[in-house]
Ligand binder design. Structure first.
Ligand SMILES: [Zn+2]
Length: 230
């Protein structure tokens, strides 16, 4: 199985993973569901302490220097404890990663995602929120601070749309996490509705929008059920 990488072939055992970066042919023969499955398996390796893609960064750097063929684009929070590549055992060249507090979509994020998919060929858009998110807490508390005010306003619709029986405060972690989950759902919907470019790729079946929540306590990336059925 020389040349095969873990991200490309989710059925491969950890032992057969190689260090090479994704080639165009490898990326192109993966389906969106293959890619989502590979990210799930990468998170399982991370939780077992069996990271493999991160042991050969230099080889991946050399292999990808002349061109990149990432399989996915991830939109995630800036939180220092939720680095997408690390927690899903991804290597250099495997994915694009847009990070912004509260993993919201704006025009520039949408443009970045459109570049990743339409121009560079990524097949999965993963919106990943996380537990105990400070941006979500800030939106719940309606924090006013410089440019942060405008960013938190983009999370406010998720606060308002979260139906929750109990204390609706930033001190209630269950509510905070419910809002974070709703925020991922709304961001997924926004990418779908505001990007005709992505919409066309979805219709063709070449791109899938997936959602997930990363649990800071358990280290598990919990993919939303619809991700593999859409
Ligand atoms: Zn966060």
């Amino acid at each position: 199985m020389a040349g095969a990488v873990t991200l490309v072939s989710p059925v491969l055992s950890v032992e057969s993973a190689s260090a090479a970066a994704l080639t165009k042919a490898e990326r192109d023969r993966m389906t969106p569901d293959d890619i989502i499955q590979a990210m799930k398996l990468g998170n399982e390796r991370f939780r077992r302490g069996q990271r493999t893609r991160q042991e050969e960064y230099l080889a991946q750097q050399r292999a990808s220097a002349k061109g990149q063929y990432p399989a996915a684009v991830i939109l995630s929070c800036i939180d220092s404890r939720a680095p997408a590549e690390m927690i899903m055992d991804l290597g250099i060249g495997d994915v694009f990663n847009a990070r912004v507090a509260g993993n919201i979509a704006n025009d520039d994020i949408l443009g970045s995602i459109e570049f990743a998919c339409q121009v560079a060929g990524a097949k999965v858009i993963l919106v990943m929120g996380h537990t105990a998110c400070g941006a979500i807490k800030g939106a719940i508390d309606r924090v006013q601070l410089g440019n942060l005010t405008g960013l938190l306003a983009k999370i406010q619709p998720a606060v308002d749309a979260t139906s929750y029986q109990g204390e609706r405060s930033a001190k209630n972690y269950a509510f905070v996490d419910a809002v974070a989950r709703k925020n991922v759902e709304l961001t997924m919907a926004e990418i779908h509705s505001r990007s005709a470019v992505i919409g066309a790729l979805e219709t063709k079946g070449t791109v899938k929008i997936a959602g997930a929540m990363y649990n800071l306590e358990t280290a598990e990336v919990g993919f939303f059920p619809t991700a593999s059925k859409q």
